[in-house]
Design a protein. Structure first.
Length: 152
């Protein structure tokens, strides 16, 4: 469910709030291979299903940075800040990959608004996105994303 803020200034009153979650997304070998092609990271634990069967995870796994990149897909499903002329990705803090994402898994992002501050011309929000793996107690990724929203 998407949490909607009518203006960037409305974010400040919601620090500490759980913002909701994205839809589940299946991680298939095609997505992993395309990411490997885009980044040049063709390590066998990602792209060789036969060899990976006997590897440490029993199957191929998504690249950690593939999992991180999905946060960009999940964020608009988690939060919608309206009344802006633009929003920009400013950066990220505290990135961790606690658990691998095996091929065939489903993942989703869950957001929490952890900080808001005024910046020149806008509002900066730190949203902690936890990428959950369906059926797992441990997340695949936890990252504090930093976004800047500039009012319309």
């Amino acid at each position: 469910m998407t949490t909607i803020f009518k203006t960037p200034l409305d974010l400040e009153a919601s620090v500490g709030m759980r913002l909701g979650e994205s839809e589940w997304l299946a991680i298939d070998q095609t997505r992993i291979n395309l990411f490997a092609d885009a980044t040049g990271d063709h390590q066998w634990i990602h792209v060789d299903p036969e060899r990976a069967k006997d590897g440490p995870f029993g199957a191929t796994i998504a690249h950690g940075y593939l999992t991180l990149s999905l946060v960009n897909l999940f964020l608009p499903q988690i939060v919608d800040v309206q009344g802006i002329s633009m929003g920009v990705n400013y950066g990220a803090d505290k990135l961790r990959f606690p658990s691998p994402v095996k091929v065939g898994s489903r993942v989703r992002g869950v957001g929490e608004l952890v900080a808001v501050e005024n910046v020149k011309g806008g509002v900066q929000a730190t949203i902690r996105v936890t990428v959950e793996i369906e059926g797992s107690d441990r997340p695949a990724c936890v990252v504090d994303t930093i976004s800047r929203y500039y009012p319309a």
